[in-house]
Design a protein around this ligand. Sequence first.
Ligand code: BT5
Length: 239
Amino acid sequence: MIYHIEYFERLSSTNEYLKQLAESGAAEGTVIIAKEQTAGKGRLGRSWVSPPGGAWFSILLKPPISVEQAGCVSVLIAVSLARALHERWGVPVGVKWPNDLYIRARKLGGILIELSSCASRIDWLIAGIGINVNNDLPQDVPATSLARELGREIALAELFEVTLEALARDYERFLTEGFEFVRREWHRFSVLPKRVGVLTDAERREAEVLGLAASGKLIVRMGGSTRELTAEEVTLCLP
Ligand code: BT5
C-alpha cells in the first residue's frame, strides 16, 4: 500500500475530514494527521481528548471484504499497533477488544472505524487512530501515554513511521492470507479476562469470553446462549 500523507495543524476530527475526501473518491492509503483535534471522536458519540503532542490520524482503506467482516480490520489494527509499539519501545501494550490499547489498566489509545458500504461490500473504511504520546492526558479517565511510560518524550515522526509501516505490512498480509494470523496474535496481546461485563444501552450483563470469531466478532456465552458481539453493539467493562 502506498501512503499519501497530509498534515494539519488543527482539525475538528481527522475522521471527519477524511470522510469528505473518501466521498469525493480519494485513494486507498490516504492518511490525514492533525497536530491537534478540536472535536476528536470516540465510538458511540463519545469524545476523544486530542491536545498537541499526541498521534491523531486516520487512514483510508478499501478492503475487498463484506461489512460483516469489518471487525477484522479493527482487531487487525489494534494488534498491529500493540506489536509495533512493544517491539520498538518495549512497552507492554495490551489490546482490549475491539479497539482499545491499554498499558496496565490505563488507556493508551483507541481506534474508531467508520465505513460506507454498497450492498454488503465495503466501499471505503476509515480507521481513525488516537495514541497518547507526549500530550497532556485527560484527568477524568485512567489514561497513560508513551512519554509517561518511558519517562521521556519520543519523536512523533518516528511514531508515525513505525506504526504506518506495521499497519501496511499487516493489512497486506490480511488481504493475501486472511484473518487467521491476526487471530493467533490477538491471543498474545488480549487483556480481556475470562469473565467480563457487557454493557448495552439497556443493561449490563455478565458474559464468559470464549474467543474471537473469523469475522473479528467476540464470541461470548451470555445467559446460557452463545453470541457473537460486534464492536458497535457493546462496551466491555472489566469486572
Ligand atoms: C475510542 O473510542 O477509543 C476511539 C478513539 C479514536 C480517536 C481517533 S483520533 C484520530 C481519529 N479522529 C477522530 O475524531 N477520532 C479518531 P471509545 O472506545 O469510545 O473511547 C472513548 C473514551 O475514552 C472517552 O469516553 C473517554 O472516557 C476516554 N478518552 C477520551 N480521550 C482519551 C485520551 N486521550 N486518552 C485516553 N482515554 C481517552
